[in-house]
Design a protein around this ligand. Structure first.
Ligand SMILES: Cc1cc2nc3c(=O)[nH]c(=O)nc-3n(C[C@H](O)[C@H](O)[C@H](O)COP(=O)(O)OP(=O)(O)OC[C@H]3O[C@@H](n4cnc5c(N)ncnc54)[C@H](O)[C@@H]3O)c2cc1C
Ligand SMILES: *[C@@H]1O[C@H](CO)[C@@H](O)[C@H](O)[C@H]1NC(C)=O
Ligand SMILES: *[C@@H]1O[C@H](CO)[C@@H](O)[C@H](O)[C@H]1NC(C)=O
Ligand SMILES: *[C@@H]1O[C@H](CO)[C@@H](O)[C@H](O)[C@H]1NC(C)=O
Ligand SMILES: *[C@@H]1O[C@H](CO)[C@@H](O)[C@H](O)[C@H]1NC(C)=O
Ligand SMILES: *[C@@H]1O[C@H](CO)[C@@H](O)[C@H](O)[C@H]1NC(C)=O
Ligand SMILES: *[C@@H]1O[C@H](CO)[C@@H](O)[C@H](O)[C@H]1NC(C)=O
Length: 541
């Protein structure tokens, strides 16, 4: 992105010189009610796994809670799908039923409360939103966790299954996989708790510790039941690493519920992007993709060799952010763009698909002959917040909650920033690093549109802050030093962005048709900036 434009030589040296930035930023030692020993990490995706590994390395007593049965987070592929329609995703803080007396245990059979065992299981862990043939938009150099490098011959553009194995390798390397148990002392509790969802995070004012309410589900195959257990555990500090993509977003368009019931040959005709599977199934079909997200453009690319027509219903961009224009540029050149959908006219019947249905667009045109609709409408960010903290607000750039730094959030790209951030959590809670003064670097809104977020949180500036902060702390109180991304990495990113990402896509000139000519210019400028490849993380998947 242009505001991060910086020459490589400057970049490398500025990332290593500490005094300049340090003098602009004031720090103070956080005071804790009592020493931090027990730490909970919520979420075993790329961010949570790194936090847990780093905290274990620093001798904290760690518990890692993950609602899914295995590590991987977003990259844990599953054919299971969430059960949104019949069992809407409720923010866990409001309404997931917790028994009055804890600990508690219950058994469920098929059909209890009108839920199948499959639905009850899926509602617990929210199968992850991946389509089968997903490939990354970030190259492997910037989508790699420490300690477990990809093999040299791994392609630059990674498929989802390769990343899944990579994240699992990291988990296994640190004894955090679902089948690992490496107790620090004989009989110590395991670090990991999979299939365990954190239902509540609360501070006990008296003991000044965090109380987590937990629910674990187990499938009892022999008796064909599900066992649910609830209990609480107490911690001195908590890392919330639950990611940004917690709930699939289904837009509220007139008639969409009616259409989502339409089937043909037993197959539904309207999918959230996560349900879409194999491109071969779309041979000869007319496919309408709703949204201009990364998923929308990447799925369109996937389907284009197979589908008869690909139509994309997109809304004109409301902001000037780079990633949306990049998604646009990734649509195949055969894509027919249409405006937003106003409504879906009621269907005569639901067992003949949607081919004869009428889709009204906001410009008064009517679209017909669509065989399948893929909702690539992104996700809602519905994370787990302690009471009185309803957004990712009031955070230091280190991820610590300003009003109580025993709580921390993982933020930014875990691949590139997670290593620094995790080390920061460990150092602060060990009393071996200070925190920036709140007024210096407060993040008012964790979403990425704020000026602070844009200028300070992404890419080069935040990297420089981390390297300076951590290395200063290590000089003073001991600990290893960290390094910024190597020049080689940045060169590879630059090459990838210029040569690969924009290869074989619509001409940038074609963007003029969508009122995007200005943005096309911006894109042309941006592709010379390797940091763009390091920092991409939108809410728009
Ligand atoms: C479709 C899609 C494609 C993407 N492609 C790319 C890409 O190409 N390149 C890239 O760099 N990034 C990509 N991303 C971004 C992706 O989010 C990151 O790569 C990465 O997975 C983020 O890691 P994380 O650990 O922060 O969150 P996640 O990977 O989402 O992990 C969060 C974990 O927290 C768990 N959790 C949540 N709530 C609870 C709870 N209450 N109790 C217990 N556990 C809980 C979840 O089950 C999950 O396992 C993509 C995202 C999506 C949705
Ligand atoms: C963790 O404990 C071990 C054993 O006591 C010690 O050798 C090591 O230095 C400690 N690590 C850190 C980072 O404090
Ligand atoms: C679209 O892309 C294909 C494949 O790269 C190319 O052969 C074709 O000429 C392009 N069509 C247009 C109209 O640009
Ligand atoms: C509505 O938009 C479509 C796609 O851009 C276009 O083909 C059609 O002519 C438009 N209809 C009207 C009434 O402007
Ligand atoms: C939440 O806010 C209310 C009112 O501002 C306050 O009385 C209460 O103590 C707060 N609770 C916590 C856990 O901070
Ligand atoms: C940033 O996002 C918030 C919340 O989504 C919104 O209220 C605000 O208007 C946005 N600010 C800008 C500058 O777009
Ligand atoms: C660019 O696209 C062409 C045609 O699809 C392909 O043969 C080539 O390998 C691509 N180049 C890169 C660097 O991906």
């Amino acid at each position: 992105m242009i505001w991060l434009k910086v020459s490589q030589v400057l970049l490398a040296s500025s990332c290593l010189v500490s005094s300049q930035v340090h003098s602009q930023t004031a720090f103070e030692a956080p005071t804790f009610h009592h020493p931090i020993r027990r730490v909970a990490v919520v979420g075993a995706g790329p961010a949570g796994l790194q936090a847990a590994a780093k905290l274990v390395e620093h001798n904290f007593t760690v518990r890692l809670f993950e609602r899914a049965p295995h590590p991987g987070g977003n990259w844990l592929y599953s054919e299971e799908t969430p059960v949104r329609e019949s069992y809407p995703d409720r923010p866990v803080s409001q309404g997931a039923e917790i028994p009055a007396e804890l600990p508690a245990m219950r058994f469920y059979s098929d059909g209890d409360d009108g839920l199948t065992l499959e639905d009850r299981w899926a509602e617990h862990w929210h199968p992850r939103p991946l389509w089968y043939t997903l490939h990354t938009n970030s190259p492997k150099v910037s989508t790699e966790l420490p300690d477990v490098p990809y093999a040299r011959d791994t392609p630059w553009v990674l498929d989802a299954h390769t990343i899944q194995r990579h994240v699992r390798s990291f988990a296994s390397h640190h004894c955090l996989n679902s089948n690992d148990y490496c107790p620090a002392t004989l009989g110590a509790p395991p670090v990991t708790a999979y299939s365990t969802r954190v239902e509540r995070v609360e501070k006990d004012e008296e003991t000044q510790s965090w109380v987590l309410t937990l629910r674990r589900l187990q499938r009892l195959r022999e008796s064909q039941r599900i066992q649910a257990e609830w209990w609480t555990e107490t911690f001195d500090a908590v890392v919330l690493a639950t990611g940004l993509y917690t709930t699939p977003h289904v837009p509220d368009i007139d008639g969409i519920v009616d259409w989502s019931k339409a089937k043909k040959g037993g197959q539904y005709s309207v999918y959230h992007s996560q349900r879409y599977r194999h491109a071969e199934g779309y041979v000869g079909k007319t496919v309408l993709i709703v949204g201009a997200s990364v998923s929308a453009s990447e799925i369109a690319r996937d389907l284009s060799p197979f589908a008869h027509r690909i139509i994309a219903s997109v809304r004109p961009p409301t902001d000037a952010s780079g990633e949306r224009q990049r998604s646009f540029a990734r649509f195949p050149n055969t894509t027919e763009f249409v405006p937003e959908i106003a409504s879906f006219a009621p269907l005569d019947e639901h067992n003949k698909g949607i081919h004869h249905g009428k889709i009204h667009l906001i410009n008064d045109s009517v679209l017909e002959g669509v065989d399948e609709i893929i909702l690539a409408t992104g996700f809602l960010d519905t994370p787990l917040y302690p009471p009185n903290s309803t957004e990712r607000r009031h955070l230091h750039w280190t991820g610590h909650y300003i009003h109580d730094p025993t709580l921390a959030y993982t933020m930014g790209r875990p691949w590139t920033m997670g290593r620094y951030q995790s080390y920061g959590f460990a150092k602060v809670w060990q009393g071996k690093a200070q925190l920036p003064l709140p007024e210096e670097t407060k993040i008012e809104d964790g979403r990425r549109n704020g000026t602070f977020w844009r200028d300070m949180w992404l890419g080069e500036a935040i990297c420089r802050r981390y390297v300076n902060w951590l290395n200063d702390a290590s000089l003073k109180d001991g600990g290893h030093f960290v390094e910024p991304p190597s020049i080689e990495t940045l060169e590879l990113l630059k090459y990838y962005t210029v040569v690969h990402l924009l290869n074989n896509t619509v001409q940038l000139d074609g963007l003029g048709a969508f009122g995007l000519s200005m943005l096309a210019d911006k894109l042309r400028t941006e592709i010379s900036d390797p940091w763009t490849g390091l920092v991409d993380e939108g809410l728009d998947w």
